[in-house]
Design a protein around this ligand. Structure first.
Ligand SMILES: O=C(CO)[C@H](O)[C@H](O)COP(=O)(O)O
Length: 236
């Protein structure tokens, strides 16, 4: 990856670097998905290459994370071969003041949820544009659905008051297919008053594999901001 010049990319780069600096030698590291985490993976790789960091293994949350980890020389493992994850670094599409999240903009939220919840420390990396007062204000809730159940799941979601939309591919005809071979329904709700309840309610619909609401999971949120034309990182 080349050095970023536009402000949002600069914020993502800075926050990715700050997260990568938290990884200690000997750690098992959950590697998230998305453009912000991509910078963290790059900087972890650079720290490994320089010898500053030693003996780490990564657990990728997606095909994208796996490819990037290989590109930057990070050895990989699977959940079958380990009994814990020390630290996970992952992005988010929305972050509320309680550090609850909406994830799944990259259709990877199912694997991300497995890895991020398993981690002893889960670090979220976002630019300031991801902060909201209430989840669902801007971003719809991504719901991964097995293909044969898409229609009944969308009908059930409408009964809950949500507006479901099947996510379509870009530069690919037809729907987005997840790394697990499923589809994603993006659901806009007028207001999400109780994210914990909505997370459970959505997952209770037969045919739903997982949704992108993450409650009580994030330990630290690193926020990239621009102050006096300089990218800075704030922590909550
Ligand atoms: O949840 C995700 C992928 O499923 C991403 O972490 C989320 O969409 C944020 O991505 P980006 O850092 O590119 O804004």
């Amino acid at each position: 990856m080349t050095a970023a010049t536009d402000p949002v990319k600069l914020m993502k780069q800075e926050v990715g670097k700050a997260a990568a600096a938290l990884v200690k030698s000997g750690s098992i590291v959950g590697l998230g998905t998305g453009s912000t985490t991509a910078y963290a993976i790059q900087f972890i790789g650079e720290r490994l290459k320089s010898g500053e960091l030693k003996d780490i293994v990564g657990v990728p949350t997606s095909f994208q994370a796996e490819v990037l980890a290989k590109q930057y020389g990070i050895p990989l493992t699977t959940l079958d071969a380990i009994d814990h994850i020390d630290i996970a670094i992952d992005g988010a599409d929305e972050v509320d003041p309680h550090k609850n999240l909406i994830k799944g903009g990259g259709a990877a939220h199912t694997r991300e949820k497995v890895v991020d919840y398993l981690a002893n420390q889960f670090i979220v990396v976002v630019d300031a544009g991801k902060l909201v007062d209430r989840l669902g204000s801007v971003f719809p809730v991504p719901v991964e659905v097995i293909p044969m159940a898409v229609t009944p799941v969308m009908q059930a979601i409408e009964k809950l008051g949500g507006k479901p939309e099947l996510r379509m591919g870009v530069k690919k005809a037809g729907p987005v297919i997840t790394d697990q071979g499923n589809m994603v329904v993006d659901v806009k709700f007028d207001a999400i008053d109780n994210p914990e309840n909505l997370e459970k309610t959505l997952n209770n619909i037969p045919g739903v594999l997982e949704n992108g609401i993450f409650v009580n999971c994030a330990d630290v949120v690193l926020i990239g901001e621009v102050k006096d034309n300089q990218p800075v990182v704030r922590k909550i």
